[in-house]
Ligand binder design. Structure first.
Ligand code: NAD
Length: 400
């Protein structure tokens, strides 16, 4: 099998794929739609990051493609519905950079609470101000986390280890880790916290969820952080709170409009405000995160190619059946219609083949069934399976 990895994917992905018997070609740059269309015949696995767009036209030109590894967090750059319709499994790295975001948030909470950015600016301007006014420890401070998912919950644990009192608000029920306290409403959390930090996801309902009304509920002198999505916060309202002195400081890593490249200027009403730390959407950008993404996605796609396992796939039902000691595995992706499993099993039984293990999963329009058999499936069985109306893609894997 052949893999094409573009966009300078971390080299740790390469040995993982090679040890699964995959021949790997790597490119430093992203490929355009036209370039992908020309290059994908004979490629079984495509590895991309965020700048390569996998459209329906690209998928149509890639009849051999079995899987796509998005060596990043987001998968918006891939037409996931078109990939599912063609039985192409897509994988990403949903939590490889979680720790990186958490560490940046912790460092910013300490920096803002000690007013480090102001002290640093003053020192560079030749001003020596040793005053302790407005500088605090974070130990004992109340941290309010909005969004208790991968990042929010890990931040909870580390903040508590630094002596902070932690509470959170999430729209779904979450297990409170350590001594963290769950609030039933965001308003209660805002009234309680000394530091409020946003870690919600980018669902459309969260657009502008945090504005003048929410800032007004925060405590006088509180600190605000957003390392989640730019479009969820009203930056005009944040600026007013910082200028009036009601908020003591803020750290913002994500913006409603971010420059597409370093050639474009960064425009924001938050520029130039004291005790405000601005970073260019680098919360998850560390070498460790990139390395983890390489190994994590590499392993996911390698297991899909060699065993058909789809655990954590973003577009196919997630199936994880242990590799059998020997025999054959029938991997069957199909349209999610009634009777698909009965049709497969009846064909397998007609050939006198006993099923050793089987696992079915369906979601939305797609179903996926893994069937382990001890006898090599003959050609006419494969023909019969391929001819079933529901069939999207059929693949056989042999185990020694
Ligand atoms: P996640 O999906 O694991 O967690 C999000 C949590 O937010 C979920 O528990 C969800 O129920 C909750 N939620 C959604 N809307 C809510 C609302 N209105 N109020 C309260 N809770 C709400 O996501 P994650 O991996 O923890 O990532 C969190 C955010 O961080 C995402 O927006 C992600 O895009 C962003 N992120 C940013 C960077 C960066 O570089 N700055 C890096 C990685 C992730």
């Amino acid at each position: 099998m052949r893999a094409l990895l573009v966009e300078n994917i971390h080299p740790d992905a390469v040995p993982v794929l090679q040890s699964a018997g995959v021949e790997v070609e790597t490119l430093k740059k992203a490929l355009s739609e036209g370039e992908l269309v020309e290059r994908l015949a004979g490629v079984h696995l495509l590895g991309i990051r965020s700048r390569t767009h996998v459209t329906e036209a690209v998928l149509d030109a890639a009849p051999d493609l079995l899987g796509i590894g998005a060596f990043c967090i987001g998968t918006n750059q891939i037409d996931l519905a078109a990939a599912s319709e063609r039985g192409v499994a897509v994988f990403n790295a949903p939590f490889s950079n979680t720790r990186s975001v958490v560490e940046l948030a912790i460092s910013e909470m300490i920096a803002l609470t000690r007013r480090l950015s102001e002290k640093n600016t003053q020192m560079h301007a030749g001003v020596w101000d040793k005053s302790a006014n407005g500088s605090h420890e974070i130990r004992g401070r109340r941290l309010g986390i909005i969004g208790y998912g991968n990042i929010g919950s890990q931040l909870s644990v580390i903040a508590e280890n630094l002596g902070m009192r932690v509470a959170f608000y999430d729209t779904t029920d979450k297990l409170a880790l350590g001594n963290a306290r769950a609030f039933g409403s965001m308003d209660e959390l805002l009234e309680w916290a000394d530091i409020v930090t946003l870690h919600v996801d980018g669902r459309p309902e969260n657009r502008m969820m945090f504005g003048a009304e929410q800032f007004a509920k925060m405590r006088e002198g509180a600190i605000f952080l957003n390392l989640s999505r730019g479009f969820i916060v009203d930056h005009g309202a944040l600026k007013a709170e910082l200028e009036s002195g009601r908020l003591a400081g803020a750290a913002v890593d994500v913006f409603p409009k971010e420059p597409a490249s370093s050639d474009e200027p960064f425009v924001s009403e938050l520029r130039g405000l004291p005790n405000v730390i601005l970073t260019p959407h680098v919360g998850g950008s560390t070498e460790e995160a990139q390395q983890d993404i390489g190994a994590f996605v590499g392993t996911k796609v390698a297991r899909y190619l060699t065993e058909g396992v789809t655990s954590l796939s973003v577009n196919l039902p997630n199936l994880d059946l242990p590799a059998p000691a020997g025999g054959w595995r029938i991997l069957y992706i199909h349209r999610n219609v009634p009777g698909a499993l009965a049709d497969i099993n009846s064909l397998v039984a007609q050939h006198g083949i006993n099923v050793e293990g089987q696992f079915l999963g369906t979601h939305a329009h797609t179903g996926y069934v893994i069937t382990d058999v001890a006898t090599e499936p003959p050609e006419d069985l494969l023909d019969g399976l391929n001819k079933l109306e529901a069939t999207i893609r059929l693949r056989i894997v042999a185990f020694d």
